[in-house]
Write a protein that binds this ligand. Structure first.
Ligand code: CTP
Length: 399
């Protein structure tokens, strides 16, 4: 953060008061901060507050005859990172269509570097399809990163998602974007179980908690990667990632992975994907027949997502494919077989006794160069970091 130039954009929502704390955090960390505010933001926080904290005049007006130069281009060119907190629904909408109707949107349009936005708005506005679409546009076409809002009591009296993330979360995400050793990398992680429906009330699933996958997604994001987390249903609150995709069945997970794999440096398949699904899901709840003693449900094989990834058309950059194997016996043999069968580059194998649901885990990591590393007992976070270190050590090479 030291000597980095942060452009801090503040738009007009009640969360604007938190931007003062964020500004202070950047300054304390040694960054230079240039504040640019929308006029609406000035209704919520005085420019003087941010000027005093940043030591620089806060820019609000597009036209100022007492000033020389072209400020919206100058500040856009000078910044290492543009952080917009809060980013209102209206600001996101204007930006998604490329408007430059006031100073802050003109700066946004002129800026070419990395952007981190912390949306804040009422729950209904956050969930509105137009807002979802605008976020998607900015994320996919402009590479924006978001610090997702938290859930809780909102100033408007509602309770739900929409409250701006805390300044410390935004600060840490900004720090990772500037300094993390995974900066510039995109990692797709799958997590949790898949759920295969039998009828509207019954399903087949497994006991995966999702904790290992979430730990990897979290650490990768904290180390600066762009993280796509494709997750089956879990009871956990998801980490701050660039894209969260919630799926249910193996087929949905496969579609989500295949849609997003193109630009990934690594795909880490931690999900406990169901190997089989009912041949067909009954539209109505299945009833037992009179005197029926047995019921057979025909299951059919699900596609193997990890294996399918090895058959992707040959593009310039193939992602490193990492599989997880949960076993109850013969750990090393099963891991070697899975590495070969699924043409993975790395397999992380652990025993069900140490892996499922617990906090610590003991794994064996094997790779396509024949290396085998027993990790000893580690927290899931440490195992996540160990795996990410291995991806760096192999320089993200798939072959
Ligand atoms: N996997 C997958 N698609 C499936 C099944 C598994 O992508 N349909 C991935 C998992 O995400 C994991 C790896 O393959 O990374 C190993 O999963 P595991 O369930 O241990 O292996 P299986 O191939 O299902 O073998 P088995 O259940 O017979 O041990």
């Amino acid at each position: 953060m030291k000597d980095k130039s942060i452009l801090l954009g503040v738009t007009g929502g009640i969360a604007a008061y938190k931007s003062a704390v964020l500004c202070r955090q950047f300054i304390r960390a040694g960054a230079r901060v240039q504040v640019v505010m929308s006029e609406a933001a000035c209704e919520f926080i005085s420019p003087l507050t941010l000027e005093t904290l940043s030591g620089q005049p806060a820019l609000v007006q597009m036209f100022n005859r007492n000033r020389s130069g072209v400020p919206h281009i100058e500040v856009a060119d000078a910044a290492d990172l543009f952080v917009i907190a809060p980013a209102t629904a209206d600001f996101l909408a204007r930006t998604a269509v490329g408007r430059a109707s006031d100073l802050i949107s003109a700066v946004t349009l002129a800026y070419r570097g990395p952007v981190l936005a912390a949306p804040a708005m009422n729950t209904n506005m956050w969930e509105h399809p137009a807002t979802r679409r605008n976020l998607e546009t900015l994320r996919t076409t402009c590479d924006w990163r978001f610090v997702a809002p938290g859930s809780g009591d909102l100033a408007c009296g509602w309770t739900g998602p929409g409250r701006m993330a805390e300044p410390i979360e935004i600060f840490e995400a900004a720090e990772a974007m500037l300094e993390g050793d995974l900066c510039g990398r995109t990692v797709l992680v799958t997590a949790g179980p898949t759920v295969e429906d039998i009828d509207p009330v019954r399903f087949i699933s497994n006991r995966s908690s999702g904790r290992m996958g979430y730990a990897i997604a979290n650490m990768a994001a904290q180390r600066g990667a762009t993280v796509v987390l494709v997750t089956g249903p879990t009871a956990l609150s998801p980490p701050q990632v660039s894209e969260l995709v919630q799926v249910r069945s193996a087929l949905e997970m496969r579609a989500a992975v295949m849609d997003r794999v193109k630009d990934c440096d690594a795909v880490i398949m931690v999900a406990a994907v169901a190997d089989y699904r009912p041949e067909k899901m009954s539209e109505h709840k299945l009833k037992k027949g009179p005197g029926e003693k047995e019921r057979a449900i025909k299951l059919v094989r699900n596609p193997d997502i990890l294996e399918e990834l090895s058959k992707l058309p040959n593009t310039k950059q193939q992602p490193v494919r990492v599989g997880f194997a949960l076993e109850t016996e013969h750990l090393a043999t099963a891991a070697r077989e899975k590495l070969k069968m699924k043409k993975a580059h790395i397999i992380v194998a652990n025993l069900a006794t140490s892996g499922f649901g617990g906090t610590d885990t003991e794994a064996l990591i094997i790779d396509d160069a024949g290396r085998e590393e027993p990790t000893g007992s580690l927290s899931k976070t440490s195992l996540a970091n160990r795996l990410l270190d291995l991806l760096i050590a192999r320089d993200w090479q798939a072959d």
